[in-house]
Design a protein around this ligand. Structure first.
Ligand code: ZN
Length: 297
């Protein structure tokens, strides 16, 4: 078996700003937060990627809670009003015409709903998606601190969260809720505030609130029963972690924040970057079939 050596090293280039040409490294239509990284091919087999410091606050894995507010630049650029985009809302309802969501996340949600329909579960609706800060402010004032987070501290303000309902009954007892609990992680979504983790999330059980984190992360979190808080701690502790999800291998590495973060990734390999919104960036490399990815510090 062929072995790639991936050197994940932090190069401290004192007095030297990034001179690499800015180039789009967005290799996956589902990822829209890596466009500021620059990339150059240093050898045949590797690309050297310089990660901008701002990446710490951007990407599918950013932690948003009472402690860590969103960075305004982290809001995806593809947020739309769902009622204006019929092609995105096939097979489920909307509570009203104010609901906004990232187009990318809406597409993935739509695929999930189609699969649920094949299982005979088909009464979904979205009751809340992206909320801008003025909407959050209004909610916070109306509902109070016990039921709503202040503006900037809610996952709804970054566009990665959606509240899902059933048109049959409460989501906590509806087949739609049960189906999501079992299958949402296969599509990149996590139940963000589980019943048995309220001490960690600091938020009461919300069977309706799902957060997009993307694959393979949602599956790993589900398999290990980890909240986003716990998963990000886990990745930091591990440094490098290899996961196999549905036969696909992934190398996941934590890169602590520094003035100049540089990583080398094998050419031809798909990868994604996401900050944790605290102190580092997670690099997720998709391993090609039949290869191992070995990471060296
Ligand atoms: Zn919510």
């Amino acid at each position: 078996m062929k072995k790639w050596l991936v050197s994940l090293s932090l190069l401290l280039l004192v007095g030297c700003e990034s001179v690499l040409p800015a180039q789009n490294v967005n290799m996956n239509a589902q990822e829209n937060n890596v466009d500021q990284a620059s990339e150059s091919t240093s050898k045949d087999m590797y690309n050297t990627v310089t990660i901008p410091k701002e990446q710490v606050h951007k990407g599918n894995l950013v932690l948003v809670n009472k402690e860590y507010p969103i960075h305004p630049d982290a809001i995806p650029a593809d947020i739309v009003y769902l009622y204006e985009n019929n092609e995105l809302t096939q097979g489920y309802g909307l509570l009203d015409n104010t609901i906004q969501l990232s187009t990318n996340i809406a597409q993935i949600f739509g695929e999930m709903i189609q699969d649920a329909d094949k299982d005979g579960v088909s009464h979904f609706m979205i009751s809340s998606g992206y909320r801008d800060e003025s909407e959050q402010e209004k909610l916070y004032e109306e509902k109070g601190g016990e039921y709503a987070l202040p503006p900037g501290y809610s996952e709804h303000n970054i566009g990665f969260a959606l509240d899902i309902g059933s048109t049959l009954e409460s989501i906590s007892t509806a087949p739609e809720g049960a189906w999501l609990q079992e299958h949402a992680s296969e599509y990149g979504f996590i139940l963000r505030y589980p019943e048995d983790k309220t001490d960690i999330t600091g938020i009461m059980y919300e069977p309706w609130h799902f957060r997009y984190v993307g694959l393979p992360h949602s599956k790993i979190m589900d398999d290990k029963n980890l909240t986003l808080e716990e998963y990000l701690d886990f990745l930091k502790e591990q440094g490098n972690y290899t996961a196999t999800i549905d036969g696909q291998n992934y190398q996941i590495s934590f890169v602590p924040v520094s003035d100049h973060m540089t990583i080398e990734v094998p050419a031809q390999h798909q990868y994604e970057l996401s900050g944790n919104n605290v102190d580092g960036v997670i690099v997720t490399i998709h391993q090609n079939e039949g290869e191992d990815v070995e990471v060296m510090e």
